[in-house]
Ligand binder design. Structure first.
Ligand SMILES: [Zn+2]
Ligand SMILES: [Zn+2]
Length: 152
C-alpha cells in the first residue's frame, strides 16, 4: 500500500479503536504500520526485526500482544499457511476473506467473494462443522508473475 493509503488506514484504525473504546497504543500502531507498509506478509520475527530499527530491545511478548490486539480488532489478518500477518485494508466491517498468495514474488492480495462465503456456509451446514476463522488461502502465481513467465 502506498503512503496515502497507509495514512488513511492508520487514521481509520485509530478512529475505529476510539469508537470501540479500545486503545491503539504507540506499540500497537507501530506493528500495524509495519504490516500495512510491507508489500509482503510479515512473521512475528520479521516484525520484531524491523522494530529494532526504531525501538531499542523490543520484547517478543509485547509484539505478540500487539498482534493479538490487532487480530481481535480485525485490523490485520493471520495467514496460517505462512505463519505471517497482513494489514487489512477495510477493517470497518467484520469480514471473512480469501487471500491470493503468490509463491513467486510473495505478494498477497485480499478479496471478499460473497459466492465463496455462501458455498462455505452450505458446506458447514452439510457437515455440521463450526468454522472459527473462515479464511481461505489460495497459493499460486499472481497475474504479474504469470505474465513474466510467459514472456520469459
Ligand atoms: Zn480484511
Ligand atoms: Zn507474483
Amino acid at each position: 500500500m502506498n503512503k496515502k493509503q497507509l495514512t488513511k488506514v492508520l487514521g481509520g484504525a485509530e478512529k475505529l479503536c476510539r469508537k470501540r473504546g479500545a486503545r491503539l497504543t504507540a506499540r500497537r500502531r507501530t506493528v500495524l504500520e509495519l504490516l500495512c507498509a510491507s508489500d509482503k506478509p510479515l512473521s512475528a520475527y520479521e516484525i520484531l526485526d524491523r522494530m529494532r530499527a526504531t525501538t531499542r530491545n523490543p520484547a517478543p511478548p509485547t509484539v505478540y500482544r500487539a498482534l493479538d490486539f490487532l487480530l481481535e480488532q480485525g485490523l490485520i489478518h493471520k495467514l496460517e499457511s505462512l505463519h505471517a500477518f497482513v494489514g487489512c485494508t477495510h477493517p470497518e466491517h467484520p469480514h471473512s476473506s480469501q487471500f491470493l498468495i503468490c509463491g513467486d514474488c510473495g505478494e498477497v492480495s485480499e478479496m471478499e467473494n460473497e459466492a465463496i462465503l455462501q458455498s462455505l456456509q452450505t458446506a458447514e451446514r452439510a457437515t455440521g462443522f463450526k468454522t472459527r476463522h473462515p479464511v481461505v488461502e489460495l497459493l499460486g502465481t499472481c497475474a504479474q508473475c504469470a505474465e513474466k513467465h510467459q514472456s520469459g
